[in-house]
Design a protein around this ligand. Structure first.
Ligand SMILES: C[S@@+](CC[C@H](N)C(=O)[O-])C[C@H]1O[C@@H](n2cnc3c(N)ncnc32)[C@H](O)[C@@H]1O
Length: 375
């Protein structure tokens, strides 16, 4: 690689709800009640939210003034609405724990922060200037099966012209719906903490309010029927890359994905096609043994695969292999070493044959980011 840098790692229709439990039904059924309620929470989107409620039959025209007066009371601030939905949040987190998934605002923030930092370290910080990102299209490559849209929604909220997500495996429509709900809640509850790259809380809320999540769960369910894309406006979820336009993206980023890809040459070739000629890919690759972070596995060594030869849902490629594949795929770029095993951590004397030919530096790379441009 060219350069190297180092950094630390329903209420009843027509009736004003009288109890909190009437306010929110599980939002994923039928109408996009979630986005309507979120609209109601913010003063700047309230009128649109009320109009939408009316068009969906939740509100009669006669009661419009009553609702307007009621909703201007402090108890209907977004923070209060978030409090009402707390039990729903507990349910989501429980479900996610059961499936070993992860959904937290911190995770999404970390993903975005890592990718920004890698661009800056590699001398591409100018690509994140507010004026530029407003004209940039970004793709979250391998966005996950449980919270497939979270990063894309956040990226759109903070200012990208378009933020798409790509996940090739069948998604969990229920979980993805819930995670969209969670993402919007984070945004409304703590917009300042997501106001990265020049986005302002007010602008971010307005951008997310403009996304159309009508019939979200149904659309996500249909996506699992075959190759397709679901569009929410400037945020889309693809389950294949063939439907993407060539030369479309300014940025293709991934987090913890390339170590799972089976056909790396094929994947890189397609990434190169969908990227603009002056576009950039930012991939953060986790080279550690994923069993070490799985709650159901009793593995203490972050590189256990070196000693038992077992590859658990990873391709086993080491940093040097990845870098060679990038070059063969027509990319050049920089490596940002985010986490490296400390000296003495990897015991080369015990390494199984499959990993025996690697250098200590290759074996010690735990998490790297790669910033790639077309040659
Ligand atoms: C560890 S998860 C990371 C998900 C998400 N990027 C995140 O940070 O939470 C790895 C993801 O890579 C996806 N994946 C596996 N093979 C892929 C491929 N060939 N192309 C794109 N994504 C792939 C998996 O389906 C999974 O969603």
């Amino acid at each position: 690689m060219g350069g190297t840098a180092r950094c630390a790692a329903g209420g009843r229709p027509g009736a004003l709800p009288s109890r909190e439990s009437d306010v929110l039904q599980r939002p994923s059924h039928g109408q996009s009640l979630i986005s309507m309620l979120m609209d109601l929470a913010a003063p700047e989107t309230r009128a649109a939210g009320l109009a939408e409620l009316q068009s969906q039959g939740y509100l009669t025209p006669e009661l419009q003034d009553v609702w307007t007066a009621e909703l201007s009371k402090p108890r209907y601030t977004s923070r209060h609405l978030s409090g009402i939905i707390a039990p729903e949040r507990v349910r989501i987190q429980k479900l996610l724990r059961q499936v070993g998934g992860e959904l937290t605002a911190v995770k999404t923030q970390t993903v975005i922060a890592n990718f920004s930092r890698a661009l800056e370290f590699a001398g591409h910080g100018h690509r994140l200037e507010a004026a530029r990102i407003r004209q940039s299209r970004i793709l979250d490559f391998g966005s996950g099966v449980w919270s497939s849209l979270s990063a894309a929604i956040m990226l759109y909220a903070i200012g990208f012209a378009q933020a798409d997500a790509f996940e090739p495996f069948p998604i969990g429509p229920d979980m993805v719906t819930e995670s969209v709900f969670e993402t919007i809640r984070w945004l409304y509850e703590t917009p300042a903490s997501f106001a990265l790259l020049g986005g302002t809380p007010q602008e971010m809320k307005q951008r997310v309010a403009a996304l159309d999540f009508t019939d979200l769960e149904e659309k996500l369910t249909r996506l699992n029927d075959g190759p397709g894309v679901v569009s929410f406006g400037p945020v889309r979820l693809f389950n294949n890359t063939d439907m993407m336009e060539n030369g479309h993206y300014d940025l293709v980023c991934s987090n913890s994905v390339l170590e799972h890809v089976e056909d790396m040459p094929g994947s890189l070739a397609r990434q190169r096609e969908i990227l603009k000629d002056d576009g950039v890919c930012v991939h953060t690759v986790d080279f550690t043994d994923h069993r070490a972070i799985a709650p159901d596995q009793d593995i203490a060594d972050s590189f256990q695969m070196y000693y038992d030869g077992i590859l658990d849902e990873v391709n086993g490629l080491r940093a040097g292999d990845m870098e060679a594949l990038f070059i063969l795929g027509g990319f050049q770029g920089a490596t940002v070493h985010l986490v490296t095993a400390p000296e003495g951590y990897v015991d080369q004397s015990r390494v199984v044959e499959r990993f025996a030919h690697y250098s200590l530096s290759d074996l010690s790379a735990a998490v790297n980011s790669y910033v790639l441009t077309k040659v």
